[in-house]
Write a protein that binds this ligand. Structure first.
Ligand SMILES: *Cc1c(COP(=O)(O)O)cnc(C)c1O
Length: 487
């Protein structure tokens, strides 16, 4: 049992900060453009500016907008600026949230409550979602008791409006599409979905968490961007993350509704609390003023021309990367992504993408993996323009290495991911992953070490028998793989 306690005596600030910096040493190197998700940066000067804006309202609390009128003003202006960027009229309303997940969760809650208000007899609310929808909607469905009706995506990785129409029934409270989807970076056909939604009298939420602050500027650059915002009649709400391509500090997203008839179902009011009459526009209670102030500051500082210029750089980097990847024999880009997020996969069964991923990781790139299908994933940011050539060079080498060493598919993370993706018993995986989480968030807070886990399970180290659960899980899946895939 770990005995980490609050120290008896106060610690020196300077040495603490040094210690913390040291702890960060092995973190992913996003500054060098080596990560392909998680951090959206415009470089040191912009970051310092955001920190200053954030720090200025660090202590203020958006829980009470009457006490901090500054925060209410920032939030209202961020909402209005986002609404006009997405071609909303003066009736469009919304709130800031702490991030894309909160925006997605709120959409599910809002439309469930709206349906309940309109149809009190509704017992089993359903929402129709593409299977490529962000997992936050699965979370929302689980939290709020709405059944997700998943629609498979087509050969271009988008949902078809026809397939959605066929699934509308009396229980449908919501249709969702994404622009673009996180896994494939392609846009669902919002205009067609809007027509289905209008005809059925069902609301349509557009998850533009990723594309909200990118697509308007990609359009401005002259690229073809299918209509996805409030210009589409059936669209009733849109979410856009300021902390992604809005280049703000983390903790900022916006959820917008076509008018108050929708937003009012997001609000929560409780009048009998001993603490007083409680009102809450979104999910959280106390909210730091920092991310709200920084979002306002980022939008003001960049302006339309700044966002357009960043979009130009990002699209240039994306073109370089996608053309470079497609030119490597055996690799292809999945579908036809409209902006700067894409997945790339192997078109040669002998070339395993997870092996390529492992080899890229060895070369210092932090790459993300998809499981259906086996693919790697990239979210391109301005810093990647300078990193693109080095990335493509390493990728070409990794592909050659993977081809020369087919046995690599049986080792390392590739084996883990490969098995995880192929294993038929999803229920068992879920059970074991939950156990790992209990360990990670248990008293000892142990991070599972998957590399050692797989090495141990393969029996190719002299290490002592595995003790922690992650190791056991890996051992188990490797054994299962031997039984099911080779047997
Ligand atoms: C990132 C993302 C989300 C979730 O946003 P977080 O800010 O990570 O909570 C939802 N939808 C899409 C399409 C996203 O890319």
């Amino acid at each position: 049992m770990n005995t980490i306690r609050i120290p008896e005596t106060s610690q020196n600030h300077k040495s603490l900060l040094e210690q913390m910096q040291h702890y960060g040493q092995d973190d992913a190197d996003w500054r060098g453009g080596r990560t392909w998700s998680l951090v959206y940066s415009l470089g040191e000067e912009h970051t310092q500016f955001l920190k200053e804006a954030h720090g200025m309202f660090f202590s203020e609390n958006a829980l009470n907008p009457l006490a901090f009128k500054s925060l209410k003003r920032f939030e209202s202006e961020v909402v209005r600026m986002t609404a006009s960027m997405l071609h909303g009229d003066e009736n469009v309303v919304g709130t800031m949230t702490a991030g894309g997940t909160e925006s997605c969760l709120l959409a599910v809650k809002t439309y469930r409550d709206r349906a309940r208000a309109q149809r009190p007899w509704l017992r089993n609310p359903e929402m129709i979602v593409p299977e490529s929808i962000h997992v936050a909607f699965e979370k929302g469905a689980h939290y709020f008791g709405v059944k997700p009706v998943r629609v498979p995506v087509d050969a271009n990785y988008r949902v078809s409006a026809d397939a959605v129409r066929k699934r509308v029934n009396r229980n449908t409270v919501l249709i969702v599409g994404s622009t673009p989807s996180y896994p494939f970076g392609v846009m669902d056909p919002i205009a067609e979905l809007g027509a289905v939604a209008q005809q059925a009298g069902v609301p349509l939420h557009v998850d533009a968490c990723l594309g909200g602050f990118m697509l308007p500027f990609v359009e401005r650059l002259g690229h073809t961007v299918p209509p996805f915002d409030f210009r589409v009649p059936g669209v009733t709400s849109i979410a856009a993350d300021v902390h992604k391509y809005g280049y703000s500090a983390k903790g900022a997203s916006v959820v917008l509704y076509r008018n108050m008839d929708y937003l009012k179902h997001q609000f929560f009011v409780y009048t009998e609390w001993p603490g007083g009459i409680f009102i809450s526009p979104a999910l959280l209670g106390t909210r730091s003023g920092g991310p709200i102030a920084a979002a306002w500051a980022a939008m003001q500082a960049l302006g339309v021309n700044g966002y357009t210029e960043q979009a130009r750089i990002v699209m240039e980097a994306t073109r370089k990367l996608t053309e470079g990847i497609a030119a490597i024999p055996g690799l292809k880009i999945l579908g036809a992504p409209e902006m700067s997020v894409f997945a790339y996969a192997s078109e040669d069964p002998a070339l395993r993408m997870y092996v390529v991923g492992d080899l890229m990781e060895k070369k210092g790139w932090h790459v993300d993996r998809l499981q259906k299908p086996e693919a790697l994933h990239a979210m391109v940011t301005p810093g990647h323009l300078d990193a693109a050539d080095a990335f493509l060079g390493d990728l070409r080498a990794a592909v050659q290495e993977a081809r020369a060493n087919p046995n690599l598919a049986e080792q390392g993370n590739a084996a883990m991911y490969g098995i995880m993706a192929e294993l038929p018993m999803r229920g068992m995986i879920k059970k074991n992953v939950l156990k790992i989480m209990e360990q990670m968030y248990g008293p000892d807070g142990v991070m599972p070490d998957f590399d050692t886990a797989v090495a141990n399970a393969d029996g190719d180290t002299g290490a002592p028998p595995p003790q922690d659960f992650a190791v056991k899980l890996a051992g188990l899946v490797v054994k299962l793989k031997r039984r099911f895939m080779k047997g």
